[in-house]
Design a protein around this ligand. Structure first.
Ligand SMILES: Nc1nc2c(ncn2[C@@H]2O[C@H](COP(=O)(O)OP(=O)(O)O)[C@@H](O)[C@H]2O)c(=O)[nH]1
Ligand SMILES: Nc1ncnc2c1ncn2[C@@H]1O[C@H](COP(=O)(O)OP(=O)(O)O)[C@@H](O)[C@H]1O
Length: 216
């Protein structure tokens, strides 16, 4: 085992990785690919009041809930953050995030800028945020159309909100352009790797360095 791999495996704090983008830029695509390739990363499954799309699974893509149940979750303080996006409510269930972090796992969030701001206030240094941009307006519209899961009206609404969502790009730690999926994925993986190696996250380094110094 190389020394780099050895020290990388030392105990460290889990981190919270946020991906945001205008609808259709590729968050879901990048998230799925990242989860396949990264062992220590789990997805935060949001609750939403939006209708289920064909192919989406309850409990896997989202927890699809009625507005009354969403309100109950807010009142019971079961959501770490929540926001209204495109006339529907979306929120992050608190318990799975706390479990994952306490087990030293990293957790991936596909949430909008409002949720990212709320998490940044609560999580501080544990949060790493990435904004994904489409290569062009035309490409974004094409992707929303070829995904073929929303009506023409819903697609038009999402396109008209894209500029507003993009206006928050400066609030993020990193910005990547999703022109080519493999290239974008490689950039996101590089960010994750570097963030995992940050000194302040690597609690296990203290003992490692102490042992190392004792040898001199
Ligand atoms: N604040 C917040 N935003 C969320 C959450 N879950 C999803 N979103 C955002 O809601 C928006 C709409 O998501 P969705 O309906 O799945 O559409 P899509 O982004 O076009 O696939 C996206 O910007 C998501 O990132 C959540 O739990 N909290
Ligand atoms: N780099 C890319 N080039 C071409 N099509 C892409 C690319 N990334 C994603 N797509 C496609 O664009 C559509 C929207 O992507 P999706 O991941 O659902 O976006 P989001 O989750 O941000 O709304 C999907 O049909 C997806 O297959």
């Amino acid at each position: 085992m190389s020394s780099e791999v050895g020290t990388e495996a030392l105990t460290r704090r889990g981190l919270m990785l946020v991906l945001s983008s205008p609808s259709g830029a590729g968050k879901t695509t990048i998230s799925r690919a990242l989860l396949k390739e990264e062992d220590n990363l789990v997805m935060s499954v949001s609750a939403t009041t939006r209708p289920r799309r064909p192919g989406e699974e309850d409990g896997k893509d989202y927890f699809f809930v009625e507005p009354v149940d969403f309100n109950l979750m807010i009142n019971r303080d079961e959501l770490l953050e929540h926001a209204k996006v495109f006339n529907h409510y979306y929120g992050t269930p608190r318990a799975p995030v706390e479990t994952a972090l306490s087990e030293g796992r990293d957790i991936l969030f596909d949430i909008d800028w409002q949720g990212t701001q709320q998490l940044a206030q609560k999580a501080g240094d544990d949060l790493v945020s990435i904004f994904i941009l489409p290569p062009s307006t035309a490409a974004l519209e094409k992707r929303l159309k070829t995904r073929a899961q929303d009506s023409a009206e819903v697609i038009a609404q999402r396109m008209s909100k894209a500029s507003e969502e993009i206006s928050h790009w400066r609030e993020y730690d990193y910005v990547v352009v999703n022109e080519d999926v493999d290239h974008c994925l490689a950039e996101v993986k590089a960010i994750l790797k570097a963030e995992r190696l940050r000194t302040r996250r690597r609690a296990g380094l203290i003992d490692f360095v102490n042992r190392l110094r004792e040898g001199y």
